[in-house]
Design a protein around this ligand. Structure first.
Ligand SMILES: [Zn+2]
Length: 277
């Protein structure tokens, strides 16, 4: 099993307080990330601001050797349909080959934030994923607050993953959005989920407990084939899993090797020599 490295420095990383990147900055970082050998570069949220729209326009001309640019956005709105949804339209207009769609995966957020029902949330997730697939895009489904949601109501959280799978998602990304889940719980939940779905799993772990790298390693050991993170762990609040900090990155690589899980050669070479941006 090859591990995909998915970098979200240009989206989640820029949600860190004090970080602001111009479009030129984002372009030059994307080129560096490609040079580093990451598999996916999440370029931004084209539905959220004009700078990200410009980035995706310019990104089409980038001479990338390996990485695929992805665009981030949400499912269509409650009571709406994807074909009429401005956010979904922005994802398509970005021309990104892969769209990462975030959806609620905790009953607490479905009822408390979206103020809707599980049935309606199932509908908007399935229709949004299926619509983007019909438009020829690869789709990663980010299950927001998945680990907290699974602790609260495992049946509900699992149903949402199966919904995204039914819609045709290529990867189901389990998010520890609050960063409070311990690594051993992440491993246990990933193992349980892997028995229920056949779509590849990813992990997006925040660092509020200073365990994002450890949690990501556990996720991979338990069966995730995609790891999401950022350069230097930049990200909202306490940040994300750090893909690059030298000691941690080498540690991560050693774990992959020990687990006999091949990681892409270019990443391995560069992590082994501790090269940083
Ligand atoms: Zn995040």
């Amino acid at each position: 099993m090859k591990i995909q490295i998915y970098d979200t420095t240009l989206r989640d990383g820029t949600q860190r307080e004090g970080i602001s990147l111009s479009c030129d900055d984002k372009i030059s970082i994307a080129l560096k990330l490609d040079e580093l050998g990451v598999d996916f570069i999440e370029g931004g949220w084209p539905g959220s601001n004009p700078k990200d729209v410009e980035f995706f326009q310019r990104a089409q001309e980038l001479p990338l050797k390996h990485a695929v640019i992805t665009a981030f956005g949400a499912t269509c709105r409650v009571s709406g349909i994807p074909a009429d949804d401005q956010n979904i339209k922005s994802l398509l207009d970005s021309k990104a080959a892969v769209c990462t769609v975030v959806g609620k995966a905790s009953i607490a957020h479905i009822e408390g934030v979206l103020r809707t029902t599980q049935e309606e949330n199932v509908r908007i997730i399935e229709e949004s994923v299926a619509y983007l697939r019909q438009q020829g895009r690869g789709v990663m489904f980010d299950a927001e607050h998945f680990f907290d949601g699974y602790r609260l109501d495992p049946a509900c959280a699992l149903e949402l993953l199966k919904t995204a799978e039914r819609g045709g998602a290529d990867v189901l990304v389990l998010c520890d959005t609050n960063g409070g889940t311990m690594p051993w719980d992440i491993g246990r939940v990933v193992r349980e989920v892997a028995q229920q779905v056949s779509t590849p799993l990813g992990a997006h772990i925040h660092n509020d407990s200073e365990c994002a790298v450890a949690g990501s390693l556990e996720a991979v050991r338990a069966g995730c084939s995609q790891v999401q993170g950022t350069i230097n762990g930049y990200g909202e609040r306490c940040g994300n899993a750090n893909l690059l900090l030298r000691t941690k990155a080498v540690f991560m690589w050693q774990h992959f090797a020990a687990a006999r899980i091949p990681i892409s050669t270019s990443i391995r070479k560069r992590l082994a020599i501790g090269r940083v941006l």
